[in-house]
Design a protein around this ligand. Structure first.
Ligand code: NAP
Length: 264
C-alpha cells in the first residue's frame, strides 16, 4: 500500500535537482503533486517531471511562482486548490546558493538568498497551515543543509546563515503547529551533484576532496533526500516534530581532522 495515497503535495523548486527527485518519490508513494518552478527556461523541465508523475498514474500540475513573492505564492496556492485540492504535504525545497565571499556579497544577493531560502518557507508554510489546521492534518518538510549546522565553504556565508535561520524557523513552526496534528521537520543534505554544485564539482580535485571528506566516502544523491522526505511525510514519522534529519553521511558529526588522525 503506498504510504501517501491521494495526498496533495507541493514541492517548491521541483523542476530539477533535489526537488525533482522529491516530487517523484512522493508520487511513487501515491501523492498527487504540484511541481513548482520559477524561471521560464525551466518550464520544459517542470513539464517533464509532471509527465513522469502522470506515467505513475498520479495527478500532477506545474505551477510557476517565485516563492519569495507573497503575491505569487498566493496565486500558486489558489491554482493548486482549484486543480488538485488543499496542500497536505508541503516540501519547501527551493533554494539558491550564489557563491560569493562575504566581502563581495551585495545587498541584492543577500535579499535574493534570504527571500528564496527563508521568506519562502514563511510564506508557503503560513498559507499551507491554514487548510492543514482545518483538516487537523499536515506535513511540512524543509530542505535545509549541512550549512544549517556547520560552515561548509568560505564563500557562502549568506547561504549558511539563511539555512541556519530556516532551521530555527522549522523548530518554531513545529512547536506552534504540532497541536493541530501538523508535523514540521527538515532534511539536511550534504553535497549532491545537482546544477547548484555543477561548477565546483567540475573540478576533479574538489570533487575528490568532497568525497574524501565525507565519512561514507561518497556524495549523496537526490533520491536519498527524497527517501528521507517521504519518511518525514509519512505516518511512520507521526511523532517526529521539529527535527532536522541529516542525510549527510555523518559529515556534520565528524571533527575537522584527517581520518588517519581519528583512527589513532
Ligand atoms: P538546483 O538544482 O539549483 O535547483 C533549484 C530549484 O529551485 C529549481 O527547481 C529552481 O527553479 C528552484 N528555485 C530557485 N529559486 C526559486 C524561487 N525564487 N522560486 C521558486 N523556485 C525557485 O538546486 P538543488 O541542488 O536541487 O537544491 C535544492 C535544495 O537543496 C536547496 O534548498 C538547496 O539549498 C538544498 N541543498 C542542496 C545541496 C546540494 O549539494 N545540491 C546540499 C544541501 C542543500 P528553476 O528551475 O525555475 O530555476
Amino acid at each position: 500500500m503506498p504510504r501517501l495515497l491521494d495526498r496533495v503535495a507541493l514541492v517548491t523548486g521541483a523542476s530539477r535537482g533535489i526537488g525533482e527527485a522529491v516530487a517523484l518519490r512522493l508520487a511513487e508513494e501515491g501523492a498527487n503533486v504540484a511541481v513548482n518552478y520559477t524561471s521560464d527556461r525551466s518550464r520544459p523541465l517542470a513539464e517533464k517531471v509532471k509527465e513522469q508523475i502522470e506515467a505513475m498514474g498520479r495527478k500532477a500540475i506545474i505551477v510557476q511562482a517565485d516563492v519569495g513573492s507573497k503575491a505569487q505564492v498566493e496565486a500558486m496556492f489558489q491554482q493548486i486548490r482549484e486543480q488538485l485540492g488543499d496542500v497536505e504535504i508541503l516540501v519547501n525545497n527551493a533554494g539558491i546558493a550564489p557563491f560569493e565571499p562575504f566581502l563581495k556579497v551585495t545587498e541584492e544577493t543577500w535579499d535574493r538568498t534570504y527571500n528564496t531560502n527563508v521568506k519562502s518557507i514563511f510564506l508557503c508554510s503560513q498559507l499551507a497551515a491554514k487548510s492543514m489546521i482545518e483538516k487537523r492534518y499536515g506535513k511540512i518538510v524543509n530542505v535545509l543543509s549541512t550549512a544549517s549546522l556547520v560552515v561548509t565553504s568560505p564563500v557562502i556565508p549568506h547561504y549558511q546563515s539563511s539555512k541556519a535561520a530556516a532551521n530555527m524557523l522549522t523548530k518554531g513552526m513545529a512547536i506552534e503547529l504540532g497541536k493541530y496534528n501538523i508535523n514540521v521537520n527538515a532534511v539536511g543534505p550534504s553535497t549532491v551533484d545537482t546544477d547548484m554544485c555543477t561548477d565546483f564539482l567540475a573540478d576533479p580535485a574538489i570533487r575528490a576532496q568532497e568525497i574524501e571528506a565525507n565519512p561514507m566516502k561518497r556524495l549523496g544523491t537526490a533520491r536519498q533526500i527524497g527517501d528521507a522526505v517521504v519518511f518525514l511525510a509519512s505516518e511512520e514519522a507521526m511523532q517526529v516534530n521539529g527535527h532536522l534529519l541529516m542525510v549527510d553521511g555523518g559529515l556534520t558529526v565528524k571533527a575537522a581532522q584527517p581520518d588517519d588522525h581519528m583512527e589513532h
